[in-house]
Design a protein around this ligand. Structure first.
Ligand SMILES: Cc1ncc(COP(=O)(O)O)c(C=O)c1O
Length: 415
């Protein structure tokens, strides 16, 4: 279908768009255990209204939009407080976890080049670190050295140490890692970086908000933020457990000197001095304003409440999965993510279970190896766990009866 000859009526435009959504997962009702987060219709409405008001403002140059400079400073300042970054901490808003991780890789390459003349840089990271590190290594020309994790799915600092050489510019830990939802031993990983004076990035895209507030709620959370010596940067996605609109993450560096390796400046063209803080040039003010709005609408009290709700839902789901004999929980969740597989993969195909769940309206992520299903549990799920578990049981029974097979599918798409 090409562009219409004549413009459509406004109402017809929105009727058409709404109709496109009919087959989408019903995330507002809590049917998505991935990709979308919902702290309630009021919070979504605040995010959407703030987004609308700033959708056309451009974060490329905040000289023209002091509003966006103010918004970025406020948002980064709050995240800096969460991360205990102290007065020297310096960050930027990016469009998401992937862009934050790309910037962590780029900054470490630049630092290695400038301070130690590293020409063939490598990154040492566990097999569980997010795929965006792989993308960063590929885009920016670094070698990715993936190190197997232990039987508890946590990074193995000794094995990482053995893989580090003079060309290593970055070591990585996740809090928590995505695939099984456990927190890497950040202090041990950061110590490897501190001894060698290289970068250590903590990927807290998923856990930055949750772990901060879980600690405040009295959970025993091992140190993972800037309190840990050797951590040089941390990423926190606001469009995940910050419950704001898509397109908002913060990458925080320990200080401005380290942050300077992230930015890009050139005057090697005829258009004047060009500077950018991350990958994009023009960027909508919408996600920035939505982040500011939601953070101020919820406040500290709101995040405490939402974190408690999401954690409670996650613990109930983990307990329910533990009680289903056909399933094996990969690890006890340490934040609000969990993964599970078949107790006996010969007897049950979990991807077929995911197909059966989707027919019942539920969307979960599929991953491997080993073949597993993955749930990112957020506040919207607090009243949906019982429904989900009932449908999970029914789906298992259906798959067993039919000996059905499913496809792994993909975490993201390319067409
Ligand atoms: C631990 C972790 N890091 C990074 C990312 C990438 O985030 P985004 O999809 O916002 O680019 C994700 C996404 O789920 C993640 O779980």
């Amino acid at each position: 279908m090409g562009i219409p000859q004549q413009g459509m009526a406004r109402d017809d435009v929105f009727t058409a768009l709404d109709s496109f959504k009919e087959g989408d997962v019903r995330w507002r009702e809590g049917n998505a255990f991935t990709l979308a987060y919902n702290a309630g219709a009021d919070v979504v409405a605040v995010a959407e209204e703030a987004y609308r008001r700033f959708a056309t403002e451009n974060g490329l140059n905040t000289d023209a939009f002091p509003s966006l400079k103010r918004i970025q400073n406020d948002v980064v300042g709050i995240v800096g407080d969460w991360l205990q970054a102290g007065p020297d901490g310096a960050g930027f808003l990016t469009t998401g976890g992937t862009e934050s991780l790309l910037m962590a890789v780029k900054a470490s390459r630049e630092r290695g080049r400038k301070e130690r003349n590293v020409q063939q840089p490598n990154v040492v990271l566990p097999t569980t670190a997010h795929a965006a590190f792989e993308k960063g290594c590929y885009y920016f020309g670094l070698e990715s050295r993936r190190i197997p994790v232990g039987t508890d799915w946590r990074a193995d600092p000794d094995a990482m140490a053995a893989a580090i050489d003079d060309n290593t510019v970055l070591v990585v830990g996740s809090a928590p890692q995505y695939p099984q939802g456990v927190v890497d031993p950040i202090a041990d990983i950061a110590a490897l970086a501190a001894e060698r004076d290289i970068n250590c990035h903590v990927d807290a895209c998923m856990g930055g908000v949750t772990l901060t507030y879980l600690a405040r709620l009295g959970h025993d959370i091992p140190a993972w933020n800037f309190q840990v010596p050797g951590v040089t940067s941390i990423s926190v996605d606001l469009h995940k457990f910050g419950y704001t609109a898509k397109g908002a993450s913060v990458i925080m560096h320990r200080n401005k000197r380290l942050r300077a390796y992230q930015t890009f400046v050139t005057d090697n063209w005829l258009g004047g001095l060009y500077g950018s803080s991350a990958v994009l040039g023009t960027k909508s003010g919408g996600p920035w304003a939505a982040a500011w709005a939601v953070m101020h609408y919820l406040g500290d009290e709101g995040y405490l409440r939402l974190t408690a709700a999401a954690r409670d839902a996650c613990e109930r789901l983990a307990a329910a999965i533990d009680a289903i004999p056909e399933l094996a929980l990969r690890a006890q969740p340490e934040a609000t993510l969990l993964a599970f597989g078949a107790a006996d993969p010969e007897q049950l195909d979990v991807f077929a279970v995911a197909d059966a769940l989707w027919r019942r309206g539920w969307y979960v992520d599929r991953q491997g190896p080993p073949a597993s299903l993955h749930c990112t549990v957020n506040a919207v799920h607090q009243h949906r766990i019982d429904d989900f578990v009932a449908d999970l049981r029914a789906s298992i029974a259906e798959v067993e009866a039919a000996s059905a097979q499913g496809q792994q599918g993909a975490y993201g798409t390319v067409d």
